[in-house]
Design a protein around this ligand. Structure first.
Ligand code: ZN
Length: 82
């Protein structure tokens, strides 16, 4: 790793285009729904899964997508930007 790469400062940026996504997960068998922008859709997946399998315990959670972006340091030997 070069000196330049070592000095990179990483920043986390949420992907605002996706927003908060909802996922349903069956605790019994571990199957998960696709993530959806709608919480109702995640609940509906749970009900459909229950009808299909008889499994009756679920976990609902929200997820967000993001990216780690690197930014070049303003100054190599200057003060910390934070
Ligand atoms: Zn299941």
């Amino acid at each position: 790793m070069s000196e330049r790469e070592r000095l990179r400062d990483w920043a986390f940026q949420l992907d605002s285009e996706w927003g908060l996504r909802h996922v349903g997960k069956c605790i019994i068998c571990g199957e998960m729904s696709l993530d959806s922008p709608s919480e109702d859709e995640a609940r509906e997946w749970c009900l459909n899964h229950a009808r299909a399998t008889g499994d009756d315990h679920f976990e609902l959670f929200g997820i967000q997508y993001g990216s780690a972006l690197f930014r070049e340091p303003l100054s190599v030997n200057g003060t910390s930007p934070t």
